[in-house]
Design a protein around this ligand. Structure first.
Ligand SMILES: Nc1ncnc2c1ncn2[C@@H]1O[C@H](COP(=O)(O)OP(=O)(O)OP(=O)(O)O)[C@@H](O)[C@H]1O
Length: 596
């Protein structure tokens, strides 16, 4: 329960919804109790009038008595109807305040969680899978909403109704009231247990359903692999097994539910029988009127629904508490990177690494060891090395996606830890190794970093990334949709759209993480030529595997197992006759083999 304390701030924020809500609950319940008393009076009227009617047997006045009797009965009926209508009106107001408040809280929570997620660093996203993140922001929030809305509403409702009905019952006759209420605790306990069982089963169904849907989702995304390895039959069998388990769980639930309603009706029936039996004896003794029995039967029926709700509400609160605990776990996480406040308004583009060591926190792999180098503003730095040698890690550290273990990175002579990240990152163009395009138009994908498109910058960026002609070949050109709702670009086209996205806001530092791998050598040449024009006076860091891509760089860093093993210009490195020269020879041989 303590986890739900987090929600108090929202109750405070929406106090002018919940306070009138409670008021409406009280009024609606008062109008639920009065009709029972009116019905009781009506019953007494009937018994008295039948007697009077009998006394006038054979007299002319008997017809008159009959008219007065039916008229007053009609008035009683009309009064009950009006009272229930007023109750209905206040029930409407009650839902309009409390349930509406729960929707506002749900909205606020989703936004709070989303904003918090965005502030967390890459390490957090590595540790937690997307499904879990999504569940906490949707399913768990929904469960919490059931607490701030229905659970609270029904708790107040039940409490008020209980107080009003029980006090009215005891005011009429304490013995009858006690007998009437006897089956209720049994009903509450039974409902609580059955409800817990229903919840367990529903939980199992939910888990099985999410297993089933992630299975289906993954298999359809990988349908190409399934077809090429002819695994259709195999996956169909697994699907049948998984959905069989789902069916089994659902059957279990139906069985419990089938038990639930008859039990409830049995208890209510018992209560009514006790009322009639004990009440009847008391009428005979003369301690209550027949109308009181009718009044009590209405009370018992009115108590049934709130009592059933009590069991339901308890489980709602338990579930909400568990969900809020999960939500709080993430909300209490602080980003492990805190930005500094030095705003580099006009980034020059000097980058320096001084004896930097870096270990990935989640795997404990030391990816960089004693890295030191310097790139001056406007220079072209190339990074080359075998796979897994730490090149992408280096690029990520320039973006400050992670913090170093020790050593220092400086940007324009300011330690990167002191730099305001928003102003810095908005002046850096980063093309990651794994291209990610949104399910949106090509135009919006390229202009992702712009708040608004003013002129022909999207076209220009596409030209610079050598993808313009490809785009113009599509029927809808820049409006062509990508992703699930649209077309699939080739690997090289995707890379170039991703490059265009980085070029569009004319970054002061450009980082290319091995993003020319799927581009043929001629297109690569075109992109590099464009880049040398665009990046004049700006810093570029290019990670590559092919020496032909980087031979014009001002400085080349050769990496091996997280260390810099050589650095210099192309010619200097060739003259050193080390790793770089060997790589160069190997690649020349490869090319010759291909041209033979
Ligand atoms: N997010 C991560 N979490 C944990 N370990 C990682 C992560 N990314 C990379 N590593 C590890 O760090 C080491 C360096 O990886 P990195 O991706 O920097 O190499 P790379 O030189 O860019 O390789 P490639 O040329 O194949 O892209 C590898 O051993 C890799 O397994």
């Amino acid at each position: 329960m303590k986890h739900l304390r987090f929600l108090n701030k929202y109750f405070y924020k929406y106090k002018w919804w919940i306070i009138p809500g409670i008021f409406f609950v009280i009024i609606s319940n008062i109008f639920a109790v009065i009709p029972a008393q009116v019905i009781g009076h009506a019953f007494n009227l009937i018994t008295e009038n039948i007697q009077i009617y009998g006394l006038f047997e054979g007299f002319n006045k008997q017809a008159l008595i009959y008219d007065i009797f039916s008229e007053s009965l009609f008035l009683f009926g009309a009064l009950v109807l009006v009272l229930y209508l007023i109750r209905g009106l206040f029930l409407f107001f009650m839902r309009q305040t409390i349930i509406l408040m729960s929707r506002h809280i749900e909205f606020d929570m989703k936004n709070e969680i989303y904003n918090h997620y965005q502030a967390l660093t890459l390490g957090f996203y590595r540790k937690n899978n997307t499904g879990d993140l999504m569940n906490r922001a949707t399913e768990d929030v929904n469960r919490v909403r059931m607490y701030v809305g229905p659970a609270i509403m029904y708790t107040i409702n039940t409490a008020v109704l209980f107080i009003l009905i029980i006090s009215s019952m005891y005011a009429v006759n304490a013995t009858l009231a006690t007998f009437c209420l006897l089956p209720l605790p049994v009903l509450v306990i039974t409902i609580y247990y059955v409800n817990t069982l229903i919840n367990q089963r529903s939980e199992e169904i939910q888990q099985q359903l999410s297993r089933l849907s992630s299975f289906v989702q993954e298999r359809f995304s990988g349908i190409r692999v399934i077809k090429s390895y002819v695994r259709e039959d195999y996956t169909r069998k697994i699907f049948a097994e998984e959905s069989g388990a789902y069916k089994g769980n659902s059957m279990n639930l139906v069985r419990v539910q089938a038990f639930f309603y008859p039990t409830m009706l049995l208890m209510v029936g018992l209560s009514t029988i006790l009322t009639v039996y004990v009440g009847g004896r008391q009428v005979l003794e003369g301690s209550i009127s027949a109308g009181n029995i009718a009044e009590f039967i209405v009370y018992v029926n009115q108590l049934t629904f709130p009592v059933t709700m009590l069991g339901w509400v308890t489980t709602l609160i338990q579930r909400a508490s568990a969900s809020q605990k999960r939500i709080n776990e993430f909300l209490q996480l602080q980003p492990d990177i805190t930005a500094g406040d030095v705003k580099l308004e006009r980034l020059k583009g000097n980058i320096s690494f001084n004896d930097v060591n870096f270990t990935y926190p989640d795997t404990g792999i030391q990816a960089l060891k004693g890295i030191s180098f310097e790139v001056k503003a406007g220079e072209f730095l190339a990074v080359i090395g075998r796979t897994g040698s730490g090149k992408s890690t280096l690029a990520n550290l320039i973006m400050r996606m992670y913090d170093v273990d020790n050593g220092e990175i400086r940007i324009d002579d300011t330690p990167i830890t002191k730099v305001d990240l928003n102003s810095y990152r908005s002046q850096v163009g980063f093309v990651p190794q794994e291209v990610f395009l949104f399910s949106d138009s090509i135009k919006h994908n390229i202009a992702f970093s712009l708040d608004e498109i003013k002129g022909d910058e999207v076209e220009q960026a596409a030209k610079n990334a050598a993808v313009y002609n490809n785009i113009m070949d599509f029927e809808l050109k820049f409006e062509t949709m990508l992703g699930e709702r649209g077309i699939t670009l080739s690997g090289g086209q995707k890379q170039r759209v991703s490059i265009a996205r980085a070029l569009i806001n004319e970054p002061k530092i450009l980082i290319f993480d091995d993003c020319l791998s799927a581009v043929d050598t001629r297109t690569e040449e075109e992109i590099l030529n464009n880049l040398s024009r665009i990046m004049k006076g700006r810093t570029s860091v290019l990670i590559a595997h092919r020496i032909s891509t980087i031979k014009n760089a001002d400085k080349i860093i050769v990496m091996e197992e997280g260390k810099i093993v050589e650095q210099g210009t192309h010619n200097e490195l060739l003259n050193q006759g080390g790793v770089y020269a060997e790589m160069y020879q190997n690649q020349l041989l490869e090319e010759e083999k291909h041209t033979l």
